[in-house]
Design a protein around this ligand. Structure first.
Ligand code: ZN
Length: 350
């Protein structure tokens, strides 16, 4: 049997701004009509450019997508101000939890009374009446570590060492909020809670195994147990955390950043789908020959028959077409390509 290898490509907002003049300012998120039209335009352009690779769609159907992105959707519920820019993803004002009291006073917000969820609910109701509830994509969630860092900045790591009860209080509150938001939207869209959750973890690379196991694994396990499995990301170099990942219950798939020892990862994480990240900054600047070498390195490090996906997420505005094509051409030399595009969310990675 030929080896099946996944390829997943997602471009950052700046790519569409630079190449096609698309703007991702506030109106893109607040005016769903505009967002639907923009998304259709993008799908057509992607098809013109990379349709032969399976990207884009010549005749996209209108799909209302709700939310600023998982991390912002949740952080903004704690009154962190949302910031947008024409050529990037939204983000929130960092470090709004300044004092011990700020954290001790934290409460899990009520979804139906808290912006931006109130705006999302209005959008959902309005657009599911027009397009049907099955077409609307509800707002997502993201990782508790990433959101804790947004709200508390690096002070989070000081808390972990000197005031662990504060770090745990913050992570507890965020975990419960994530559970509530995800459950609310699953029930609203599907009538019941769906299986498995993407639990983030993008910043894991900066944690030691001790910090990861004491402060994060317990929360990932709460989420994984609640939703019947989890998907995680550790999109920085992560060789030092491979053993720690084995402590997570029912881990289904894991993104690993460039420079992670994939051979060791496969040995330690036997049977788990691995998503090997390609560095978007590098793809924008190196020659196609170098891209080929990078991809071959990944495919030779993990030469098992377990599921492997090569992921280029958040490809930058300057990414040359030849380099995107080279990823596909190289993977084809090693097996059959199972492509899996970010149909809706253009940047990001999950
Ligand atoms: Zn990530």
């Amino acid at each position: 049997m030929t080896r099946q290898i996944g390829v997943r490509v997602g471009f950052c907002e700046g790519y569409f701004m630079k190449n096609y003049g698309v703007k991702f300012d506030e109106g893109y998120y607040t005016d769903l009509n505009r967002r639907i039209k923009t998304d259709i335009f993008i799908q057509r352009k992607l098809y013109e450019r990379f349709g032969d690779l399976g990207m884009g769609d010549p005749n996209p159907e209108p799909i209302p997508v709700i939310g600023f992105g998982g991390q912002v959707n949740v952080c903004a519920m704690f009154s962190a101000r949302v910031k947008v820019t024409e050529d990037g993803s939204p983000w929130v004002e960092k470090g709004i939890l300044k004092t011990e009291e700020d954290i001790l006073n934290l409460k899990v917000p009520k979804i139906e009374e808290t912006w931006p969820q109130t705006m999302f609910i209005e959008q959902f109701d309005k657009y599911s009446a027009i397009y049907g509830v099955e077409k609307v994509v509800p707002p997502g969630v993201h990782g508790v570590l990433e959101m804790a860092l947004d709200l508390r900045k690096e002070e989070l790591f000081v808390d972990m060492r000197l005031r662990p009860y504060l770090a745990k209080k913050l992570l507890d509150t965020l975990t419960q909020t994530v559970i509530n938001v995800r459950t609310f939207w699953d029930k609203k869209k599907f009538g019941r809670v769906q299986n498995s959750i993407f639990a983030g973890g993008c910043s894991s690379t900066i944690c030691s195994p001790q910090v990861y196991e004491e402060f994060l694994v317990p929360y990932y396990n709460i989420l994984s147990d609640k939703f019947g499995g989890c998907h995680l990301c550790s999109c920085g170099k992560s060789s030092h955390l491979l053993e720690s990942f084995t402590r997570i219950n029912n881990l289904r798939s894991l993104h690993l950043g460039r420079g992670t020892n994939l051979k060791k990862a496969r040995k330690v994480l036997n049977g788990i789908e691995l998503k090997a990240r390609i560095d978007p900054g590098r793809i924008a600047s190196v020659t196609p020959e170098q891209v080929r070498k990078d991809v071959i390195k990944l495919l030779e490090e993990d030469d098992s028959r377990d599921k492997l996906t090569v992921v280029l997420a958040n490809a930058s505005a300057d990414t040359p077409d030849e380099n995107v094509r080279m990823i596909f051409d190289t993977v084809k030399e090693y097996g059959s390509v199972v492509s899996d595009f970010c149909r809706i969310r253009y940047g990001g990675g999950a």
